[in-house]
Write a new protein. Structure first.
Length: 238
């Protein structure tokens, strides 16, 4: 690794050329905020400034836990310069105050990925995208598991209600009064209250499609509802 060493005079000359050195009221030189005095018209200059500003005053959260990239600005002037540069680079940002100091930040995963690419951090972009994809896959798997559990609960509830309707028909008029196709399905449902419609159809002899089972179960439910309505009307008359 090569090392460049400058004398005090050369260092002062270099810092002055970079607009990083200024004198106070007593004429003493000191480092100033690294804010360009002239507008940067070249895209490469803007990228270089943003990269340096991030190395000096930026931070990024662990993508495994969340997406957040920010710069801490010492004053409003630096904030305004940063906002203008980011806007010219097609990267509109967000600003808020933390302990009285402006903070420029990005929250979206895509925005942060684009920002890293703009600053030339290609390897970081790849690492972040891998983490992002893994997080998405875990999220999809979790949602699928929750959905399966929810659907299973709905299926079991529907099956229990169907079994209750069939038992009601059996007690009020007997299953023998039903047409043969409905009678066989009604008995299968009472014997297997946990089966889905598809599984119930496969248990029939001969097997039935899910739509055929669904159609017959709806008919059994309608018959049960008709009996319940008739019973309620009878009680009213009494």
């Amino acid at each position: 690794m090569s090392v460049l060493t400058l004398s005090e005079e050369d260092t002062r000359t270099l810092l002055s050329a970079l607009h990083m050195l200024e004198e106070d009221e007593d004429g003493m030189p000191h480092l100033r905020h690294i804010v360009p005095r002239h507008p940067m018209t070249r895209q490469c200059c803007r990228k270089a400034f943003l990269r340096g500003a991030f190395l000096g005053a930026g931070s990024m959260s662990n993508p495994e836990k969340g997406y957040h990239l920010e710069w801490k600005a010492d004053d409003d002037h630096l904030r305004q310069v940063m906002e203008r540069l980011l806007e010219k680079c097609g990267m509109p940002c967000h600003v808020y105050e933390r302990r009285g100091k402006p903070v420029i930040y990005f929250k979206g995963a895509e925005e942060i990925s684009d920002m890293l690419a703009l600053m030339g951090a290609a390897s970081s972009v790849l690492k972040m995208e891998n983490i992002r994809i893994n997080r998405q896959m875990r999220g999809v798997a979790a949602r699928a598991a929750n959905c399966d559990e929810h659907n299973s609960e709905k299926m079991l509830d529907a099956a229990r209600r169907q079994a209750e309707d069939v038992r009601y028909l059996s007690m009020r008029q007997g299953l023998f009064t039903l047409p043969p196709a409905l009678r066989e399905l009604a008995r299968k449902r009472i014997e297997n209250p946990e089966l889905s419609l598809k599984e119930l159809g496969e248990a029939m002899d001969p097997p039935l499609s899910k739509s055929a089972v669904n159609h017959r179960m709806r008919r059994l439910t309608e018959l049960a509802e008709e009996l319940k309505s008739a019973e309620a009307e009878e009680k009213k008359r009494i």
